[in-house]
Design a protein around this ligand. Structure first.
Ligand code: PRP
Ligand code: MN
Ligand code: MG
Length: 185
């Protein structure tokens, strides 16, 4: 515990605050879906691996029928240049034709991943594609993405926990925290 605690600069969002906000997002999503529902379940598309925690908590909080599916994608190019090239590592199992789709993401940073994903899923003929992201960094956005449900706008700092990693570590932290600079310096 002390090992991980020393890697945390500060806690940005506590487990409790995240839980409360996810409940609010679920009420929004339920209201939105009630206006468009056709009797079929809403298809939640989680983006591996970061969205695992938010997907698990969001899906269990929702009081409407849902299905869960997953995609894994990999983006290329340097962090200072958004090439827009994204590769599918694991595709959906579900067919999207006629489906109401809600993409579930942990964070919108540059926007590269989500902008590509929205277009990719739209091309498969769904009834709708909406986006829910727990976190968004307004100062880091390079590509405009329409987000219907956003949990928190956060400062442009390196955050970890609740699914978010640094070098595949810290995903299992219950809070969202700012990574101490000495870890990546
Ligand atoms: C992270 C995060 C988002 C994406 C956001 O995923 O989980 O999916 O980056 O960044 P962007 O807006 O600049 O595209 P990452 O590629 O690190 O994979 P992971 O989810 O497995 O950690
Ligand atoms: Mn991710
Ligand atoms: Mg990552």
């Amino acid at each position: 515990i002390s090992d991980v605690a020393g890697d945390i600069e500060s806690v940005l969002l506590t487990e409790e605050r995240i839980r409360e906000r996810i409940a609010e997002l679920c009420r929004e999503i339920e209201a939105e879906d009630a206006a468009t529902t056709d009797g079929t379940p809403l298809l939640l598309v989680g983006v591996l691996k970061g969205a695992v925690m938010v997907m698990a908590d969001l899906a269990r909080e929702l009081r409407i029928p849902v299905q869960m599916d997953w995609m894994a994608v990999s983006s290329y190019g340097s962090s200072t240049q958004s090439s827009g090239v994204v590769r599918i590592l694991k595709d959906l199992d579900a067919e999207l034709a006629g489906r109401r789709v809600l993409i579930v993401e942990d964070i919108l940073d540059s926007g590269l991943t989500l902008s590509w994903l929205v277009e990719n899923l739209r091309s498969r003929g769904p009834a709708s594609v909406r986006v829910c992201t727990l976190l968004r960094k307004p100062e880091a956005v390079k590509i405009r993405v329409d987000v219907q449900h956003c949990g928190f706008d956060i400062p442009n700092e390196f955050v970890i926990g609740y699914g978010l990693d640094y070098a595949e570590r810290y995903r299992n932290l219950r809070d969202v925290a700012v990574l101490a600079p000495h870890v990546y310096a």
